[in-house]
Ligand binder design. Structure first.
Ligand SMILES: C[S@@+](CC[C@H](N)C(=O)[O-])C[C@H]1O[C@@H](n2cnc3c(N)ncnc32)[C@H](O)[C@@H]1O
Length: 441
């Protein structure tokens, strides 16, 4: 691979000629593909897609191999395609069910879906993306993965900081960066690289992190990651964080092929070794850097105006609740969500521990359950996709070809007895929504 001359010179100086040559040779190795399976889906029979020898030992849900974006497994949210290094970020964050977690730079959703896998639909997962188009793609991926506790916002880190002061147990900043670690997979990334580019990216990273630190609870964690080798955006950023804020570095477990952070590339603090560097000439994945920091314990001082004070959101009224319950009864759906909230005529499963969200653009205030329309409740595709076999007593086993036709927009022919109990209407609704969501892609 033809690397920029300045890039080669920079890394020859940093690594020395021998290691630099190994580093450059790594760019000519074949990229390895990977994917994660979705533990929130109750179909755990992955035999058709997973080669059991291909387990990625560094990631609980991870495998080596390629997933076709048109496959049933992908479309149905059973798997998420993610390269092997990127899947270590979520693994390092490893949130617990019930925690409050923020993914600040979240689109297209690789890390969000991974964080949600650990949370088991319990707690709050706020996934924010500053770019509107990318926020819609994030919403689609979250929907496909059937995360029930994800709130999706499309705003700036500043507004997130104003809305959620000291609110989160864990915050992931998977920062926009110079992308040197992706040169191998996406050589076009080299076109906008220059010697100054990492410094420009580092300035933006400091701006983002200045806001991110405000939303972490005392004792909470900040997970910072990039897909670049540039010390300016990696060890230098972590050095800046520990010098300017009340943070300490937490050690990260290292699997074979994972390198220590390099203190000499930051402020010399030995703790920087506890960060992880993933170099393609050592580890079977793309270039990445990951750090885990813990915020010092001081008093929490956040009196938040509650969610319910937002005039755009209400709890469902008596009529709406009746329509929703009637829909569940008619279709023998046995599911319970703790907090229901109505925005305009849409019903969401949400979380009443959220603060007032009126200052941020909210894409989804939780999982969309459906819409109230002239005396009836019309379920969302997200609900249809998310229900487990135990929750939905009407199941229809269809073939791969039927599914492919359905995803294409063909009408799914149902057996007569299913029509009698009203499921055909539900499935037809799902199909229309699916067509819309495919059209948006
Ligand atoms: C590395 S990507 C995130 C990838 C994502 N975490 C995933 O795993 O799928 C960085 C994201 O940061 C967003 N971004 C760019 N500038 C930003 C800024 N100033 N503040 C916050 N996010 C920003 C980009 O739009 C991009 O989606």
């Amino acid at each position: 691979m033809e690397l920029p001359v300045d890039f080669k010179q920079k890394y020859t100086e940093l690594l020395g000629p021998v290691e630099a040559q190994q580093f450059f040779d790594g760019f000519d190795l074949e990229p390895r593909h990977g994917f994660r399976v979705n533990p929130l889906k109750d179909n755990h029979d992955y035999s058709a897609i997973v080669d059991m020898r291909s387990v990625a030992e560094h990631c609980e849900f991870g495998y080596f191999g390629k997933v076709d974006g048109k496959s049933v497994a992908h479309q149905g949210g059973l798997v998420y395609s993610q390269e092997p290094s990127a899947m270590y970020v979520g693994e390092v964050a490893h949130p617990n069910p019930g925690e409050r977690v923020l993914d600040l730079c979240a689109a297209p959703g690789g890390k969000t879906t991974h964080l949600g896998s650990f949370m088991q639909n319990q707690g709050v997962l706020v996934a924010n993306e500053i770019n509107g188009k990318r926020a819609s793609i994030l919403a689609e991926n979250v929907e496909r993965f059937s995360l029930r506790n994800a709130v999706i916002t499309n705003t700036t880190p500043e507004k997130i900081a104003q809305t959620f002061p000291e609110y989160f147990d864990k915050v992931l900043v998977d920062a926009p960066c110079s992308g040197e670690g992706m040169f191998r997979k996406d050589p076009a990334a080299m076109d906008y690289w220059s010697l100054d580019y990492p410094k420009q990216c580092a300035d933006r990273q400091r701006e983002i992190l200045t806001e991110a630190v405000k939303v972490i609870k005392p004792g909470g964690q900040l997970i910072y990651s990039t897909c670049t080798f540039a010390p300016e955006e990696d060890e230098e950023i972590i050095s800046w964080l520990i010098e300017n804020f009340d943070f300490s570095i937490e050690p990260i477990k290292k699997y074979p092929g994972m390198d220590d952070g390099r203190p000499e590339w930051g402020n010399g603090d030995d703790g920087l070794k506890d960060c992880v560097r993933l170099f393609p000439y050592h580890f079977n994945g793309e270039g990445h850097f990951i750090a885990k920091l813990v915020k010092g314990k001081s008093e929490i001082n956040n009196k938040l105006k509650p969610f319910w004070k937002n005039k755009h959101l209400t709890r469902p009224n008596k009529d709406e609740l009746m329509l929703y319950k009637q829909f569940l009864n008619d279709n023998e759906i046995d599911v319970k969500f703790d907090d229901l909230v109505v925005y305009k005529n849409l019903l969401f499963a949400s979380n009443d521990k959220l603060p007032d969200l009126s200052k941020v653009k909210v894409v989804r205030v939780g999982m969309p359950l459906g819409e109230f329309k002239k005396g009836r409740f019309e379920p969302s595709f997200a609900l249809g996709l998310a229900l487990t076999a135990a929750e939905n007593h009407h199941q229809l086993t269809i073939s791969h070809d039927q599914w492919a036709a359905y995803v294409h927009g063909d009408v799914l022919q149902l057996m007569n007895n299913m029509k009698r109990v009203g499921i055909s209407w539900f499935v037809t609704t799902c199909q229309l929504d699916l067509e819309n969501s495919l059209a948006r892609q």
